[in-house]
Design a protein around this ligand. Structure first.
Ligand SMILES: Nc1ncnc2c1ncn2[C@@H]1O[C@H](COP(=O)(O)OP(=O)(O)OP(=O)(O)O)[C@@H](O)[C@H]1O
Length: 245
């Protein structure tokens, strides 16, 4: 569903992503973890066509993001780290614009889908307020609604729970799990390792642009035999001494 092969991305002389390869299957939530500056957002931006890879191939549902961008883009949803939103639209108007972009004809199903996403993310009461008046968490939740609206096969989530209160974060995690259970492949970044431990089916740890470990939480525990048993223990142990300064 998502295939990243030998991705390299340089910013001038800075090698931000160094030959990273991984795959995410339908139904799988892949936690993409790393310290600040490790290369996570750069990888996601390359996957979504916002940055051109220096080299390597990225395929979304078999479509190459560089040579077949329209077909690839129809198949994914994306919550960026810093979403750009239209402050003069209400949340509901924004979702309607997004649904017009993806769907040729608006049906009762679309209206129902918008209402149900708003409800699930506890945004019903704020849906008709201007986005310019939204808090950070509300902006993130409306962005997540927009990313899920067209039932994407691949979902990129760059820190989706950042700034959400406990109840909204739970709702977002439940929704992400539901989409994965229905067959979406999810790439998920977070610095909250407890969330990754509980939510992700597989973890990839990126360090200074390189993928240095990959596997389920159980596989990582078995492989690294770290004292203690949390993902945080494993993460800190295998990235120790490698953190970018
Ligand atoms: N536009 C840019 N120009 C030059 N260097 C950049 C640019 N964007 C990112 N970088 C560098 O590339 C490296 C990877 O950055 P990236 O944003 O991908 O990290 P990240 O893992 O998402 O970090 P964080 O967890 O802090 O969001 C960093 O060293 C960063 O300084």
């Amino acid at each position: 569903m998502l295939e990243v092969n030998n991705l390299v991305k340089n910013y001038g002389k800075k090698e931000a992503v160094k030959n990273i390869s991984f795959k995410i299957k339908p139904g799988e939530i892949y936690g993409f973890l790393g310290h600040n500056g490790a290369g996570k957002t750069t990888t996601i931006k390359a996957c979504t066509g916002l940055l051109k890879p220096t080299s390597g191939v990225i395929k979304i549902c078999g479509y190459d993001i560089v040579s077949q961008p329209l077909e690839a883009k129809k198949n994914f949803g994306y919550v960026p780290d810093n979403p750009y939103l239209y402050d003069k639209l209400t949340g509901r108007e924004f979702l309607n614009v997004v649904s017009d972009v993806y769907m040729k004809r608006k049906s009762n199903d679309t209206v129902r889908k918008i209402n149900s996403l708003l409800e699930e993310l506890q945004m019903t009461n704020d849906a008709d307020k201007l986005i310019g008046t939204y808090s950070h968490g509300m902006r993130r939740k409306i962005t997540l609604c927009a990313a899920l609206l067209h039932n994407p096969s691949v979902i990129f989530l760059d820190e989706p729970t950042n700034g959400l209160d406990a109840s909204s974060a739970r709702a977002a995690k439940d929704l992400i799990r539901k989409y994965a259970d229905e067959g979406s492949a999810v790439l998920f970044t977070t610095h909250v390792l407890e969330i990754a431990e509980k939510l992700c089916d597989r973890i990839g740890i990126v360090n200074q642009g390189e993928l240095i470990a990959e596997g389920s939480f159980e596989e990582l525990k078995e492989k690294y035999k770290v004292f203690g048993s949390t993902l945080e223990d494993i993460f800190l142990n295998i990235t120790e001494g490698r953190k970018e300064g």
